[in-house]
Ligand binder design. Structure first.
Ligand SMILES: Cc1cc2nc3c(=O)[nH]c(=O)nc-3n(C[C@H](O)[C@H](O)[C@H](O)COP(=O)(O)OP(=O)(O)OC[C@H]3O[C@@H](n4cnc5c(N)ncnc54)[C@H](O)[C@@H]3O)c2cc1C
Length: 456
């Protein structure tokens, strides 16, 4: 290993390699301090350097783990003692913004916040929006096909990437930096890398699709008495052309977060459901009118118990803070396990209740919180069964994922398989789908050098 490190340093220079305390002080996990066990973190400053170090590691049979912003919650960035880490933090340049073509070309280590700031200078928006956008990177979000808060309006990461450049396990650079909306010239290789969790190649650069920055934003938090009312409200909200978020919080989540943090309690905490609805558009007067009409009609139909509407940028941020209360969960519910599943929207409440009942029956006491991007069929669930929650993780996961399968849902909606869900993957895809994934991986990385413990 030490001879290899000397050769690697010769490529990336002294600034391009971290060791000792600089490695130990990093975490591979956003919520717990889990440092890489690796001897070094390699920090290439260009695609060329990246390609050369990967080729060298390939020749030496050296396994690698990629790091973006390390905000991933599926354990995909965890690194063992015999693995080296590659971080793209020195490859974070916004290379070009093209307001005419509506594209932004960027190195993969740039954060989503930096991309959005660069787009905003041109009146444009990169619409992938996550609570972690200050740290999450272009490469990490592409590799996990991140979703986030505005998927209902602009889609997942997959729908917002036009092209990319990736480095394969042997160091080959695959440049597919397409800038066109329409390009059917052969296989669309970028799609292979998006969502592949760093197992097929290392994303080095990307061409992102930009949309006009919205000039109007309407936001309300409403409380409802039943899940049928939530579905009825969603049906009405979907009629609005510019619906950009429809986030549902079950009482277990809203009551818990607002109970521990009164600054997150704009409505009484006891309603069965609290929903955040948002539109983003270009015509302030018309958008506000459509939004207010929708809520007024829902109120007249008896769907809404209570509501607050944001009337300033600060109030918008305050209402979003209610929904993005994961720090409250970390502070007051730890240790807990989090689940990120998709299930038929019409059956989501049945799923939540079935999960709660199954966990109570199996483990006795159990705290569960449920919330999420319901309009995208995506629910997040947090589960705490006591101090032994993490030691009994496999049993809790088997219980929850068994129900996901029974409800015909998806094992992960947006966070990915990583290492944490790897053992459950075979029960959630068909044998031929899994075999095809293996063939693809074997074709590109037969020695399993890239993120070898991720996915399967
Ligand atoms: C507060 C908070 C809110 C979040 N909200 C959301 C949300 O709404 N929606 C959502 O989808 N996720 C969310 N996440 C999860 C996380 O932010 C995403 O998974 C994000 O895409 C990870 O990006 P990253 O740069 O931090 O990647 P990392 O965590 O560093 O890595 C994630 C995976 O990608 C691989 N990888 C990293 N960079 C590259 C690269 N250049 N090439 C190939 N593989 C690479 C890593 O090896 C790892 O397997 C949230 C996380 C937090 C902490």
């Amino acid at each position: 290993m030490s001879a290899l490190l000397v050769q690697l340093e010769a490529i990336v220079g002294p600034r391009g390699i971290l060791s000792g305390v600089d490695v130990a002080s990093r975490s591979c996990d956003p919520f717990d301090h889990v440092p890489p066990a690796s001897a070094a973190i390699l920090r290439p400053a260009s695609t060329e350097e990246l390609s050369r170090i990967v080729a060298l590691c390939h020749a030496a049979g050296q396994p690698l783990v990629m790091h973006g912003g390390r905000t991933g919650v599926a354990g995909g960035a965890l690194a063992g003692a015999d693995e080296l880490v590659i971080s793209l933090e020195r490859m974070a340049r916004v290379i070009a913004v093209d307001p005419v073509g509506g594209t932004l070309t960027v190195e993969a280590g740039a954060t989503i916040a930096a991309v959005q700031a660069a787009a905003a200078e041109h009146g444009l928006l990169y619409p992938i929006d996550l609570g972690s956008k200050g740290s999450a990177t272009v490469g990490g979000t592409i590799s996990t096909n991140a979703g986030g808060n505005r998927v209902i309006r602009w889609g997942m990461t997959r729908h917002n990437v036009l092209g990319l450049e990736a480095v394969l396990a042997d160091g080959t650079v695959v440049s597919a930096l397409n800038t066109f909306l329409k390009n059917n010239t052969g296989y669309d290789l970028k799609q292979m890398f998006i969502g592949s969790e760093g197992t097929l190649g290392i994303v080095a650069q990307a061409v992102l699709r930009l949309v006009p920055a919205p000039s109007s934003q309407n936001l309300a938090l409403v409380s409802l008495r039943s899940y049928d009312d939530v579905l009825a409200l969603l049906g009405r909200a979907r009629q609005m052309q510019h619906l950009s978020a429809f986030e549902v919080m079950w009482q277990d989540y809203y009551g818990f977060v607002s109970g521990h943090d009164p600054t997150r309690r704009p409505l009484a905490p006891d309603a069965p459901f609290t929903v955040l609805i948002e539109t983003m558009g270009q015509d302030e007067a018309a958008d506000s009118k459509a939004f207010e009409n929708c809520l007024a009609q829902a109120h007249e139909a008896g769907l809404i118990l209570d509501a607050v509407m944001a009337s300033s940028g600060k109030q918008i941020a305050d209402l979003w803070r209610v929904r993005e209360g994961s720090e409250v969960l970390v502070r007051h519910m730890s240790p807990f396990l989090s689940f990120d599943i998709s299930v038929d929207i019409r059956r989501a409440d049945d799923f939540v209740e079935a999960t709660r009942a199954a966990l109570k029956e199996r483990f006795g006491t159990c705290r569960m919180v449920s919330f999420g991007h319901l309009a995208d069929s995506n629910i997040h669930i947090g589960v705490h069964i006591g101090p032994d929650t993490l030691t009994r993780a496999t049993q809790i996961e088997a219980c929850v994922y068994g129900l996901v399968a029974r409800f015909g849902g998806a094992l992960t909606a947006e966070h990915g398989i990583g290492m944490t869900k790897r053992d459950f993957l075979p029960q959630h895809v068909t044998p031929t789908a899994l075999a095809t994934m293996r063939r693809l991986r074997d074709a590109l990385d037969p020695d399993r050098l890239l993120n070898r413990s991720v996915l399967f």
